[in-house]
Design a protein around this ligand. Structure first.
Ligand SMILES: C[S@@+](CC[C@H](N)C(=O)[O-])C[C@H]1O[C@@H](n2cnc3c(N)ncnc32)[C@H](O)[C@@H]1O
Ligand code: SF4
Length: 293
């Protein structure tokens, strides 16, 4: 099927629930309310949405939340998306709820998982997540990789504690797992964390690339082990609308309200019941007017 990019957005981030079983203190929860109103995205609505996107040339559809594995339809959603769309498929998850049964149903899927992994020591991990157990998550990562899936770690950097970041880098190298470091959005001074992170990264770096989207990318090498490390120098820190547009990500909330900017409340809702032409037009208009922070 021929694809065109009418909508402008390159990446679609689908938040399939606002519920979460962790209580990470930094969590922006993708701009959603975590309060008393748990919402699950409906499978039929998701399918209509993906069907409307079939002729759009997008780079990635990323599942997120809340915790996406708290939506009982998550695996059906992933399978449906990858059958209908040619783009990359990703899933941000804390990995506390993924099971062997999920993996069995996902067998052969191209989904890549990004696992919320805030610290590389047991106590700090537990304290940050509320109920998370680092060793259990490491075992789950092994199970998921052994089943043939790609997994990376996402770590939100919450302070300028050098040893925590060093430990994370060393753990990622030890397990040969890609690592994404995200200085906490919404924390005063976190835009400066890169000043202590970059020298740590450079101790192991053998290649560097600035992706022009707010992501700095290194290849790290230690002995025979190599990993990719991304440092997110978020465009939100600088109100850098051009880098944000280069990344081109639109969040779709569980109720299909649209959120171009993580720091702002959702704008309108997608009118799925009114058909493809109107929905594509809504998305395209939003992109056209997404020109200031
Ligand atoms: C909101 S979570 C939802 C999906 C899933 N529960 C998880 O934690 O991966 C998605 C991603 O946003 C990141 N994140 C949450 N709060 C953040 C913040 N204040 N600054 C930067 N990244 C943040 C998390 O680390 C995670 O990688
Ligand atoms: S696991 Fe994800 S959604 Fe849940 S609190 Fe942590 S960052 Fe937020």
């Amino acid at each position: 099927m021929k694809e065109y990019n009418h909508i402008g957005w390159k990446r679609i981030r689908v938040l399939v629930t606002n519920k979460c079983n962790y209580s990470c203190p930094f969590c922006h929860n993708e701009g959603q309310s975590k309060e008393n109103n748990p919402i699950l995205m409906k499978l039929d609505d998701f399918k209509s949405f993906v069907t409307f996107l079939e002729t759009e040339k997008i780079e990635e559809l990323h599942f997120s939340g809340g915790e996406p594995f708290l939506n009982p339809n998550i695996v059906n959603m992933i399978r449906f998306a990858e059958e209908r769309l040619a783009c990359d498929i990703g899933c941000a998850t804390n990995f506390s709820r993924i099971t062997k049964e999920h993996l069995e149903t996902l067998k052969g899927s191209r989904v890549k998982f990004n696992v919320q992994f805030p610290f590389a020591t047991k106590d700090a991990f537990k304290k940050s997540t509320g109920i998370g157990n680092m060793d259990t998550i490491l075992n789950t990562i092994k199970m998921v990789r052994d089943a043939g899936f790609q997994v990376g770690l996402n770590s939100v950097i919450q302070s300028n504690d050098i040893s925590s970041v060093k430990n994370l880098i060393e753990l990622a190298i030890q397990y040969e797992i890609p690592l994404k470091l995200l200085p906490q959005i919404g924390l005063k001074g976190s835009d400066k964390f890169k000043e202590f992170i970059i020298p740590l990264v450079e101790e192991y770096a053998c290649e560097y690339l600035n992706k022009g989207t707010g992501a700095l990318r290194w290849t790290l090498k230690s002995g025979s082990k190599r990993i990719i490390l991304l440092l997110i120098d978020s465009p939100c820190f600088y109100n850098d609308i051009q880098s944000c547009r280069n990344f081109g990500e639109l969040r779709i909330n569980p109720d299909f309200s649209l959120q171009p900017c993580i720091l702002r409340q959702p704008s309108e809702r997608l009118k799925l019941s009114q058909g493809k032409e109107l929905v594509i037009n809504q998305l395209a208009e939003l992109w056209k007017h997404f020109t200031i922070c």
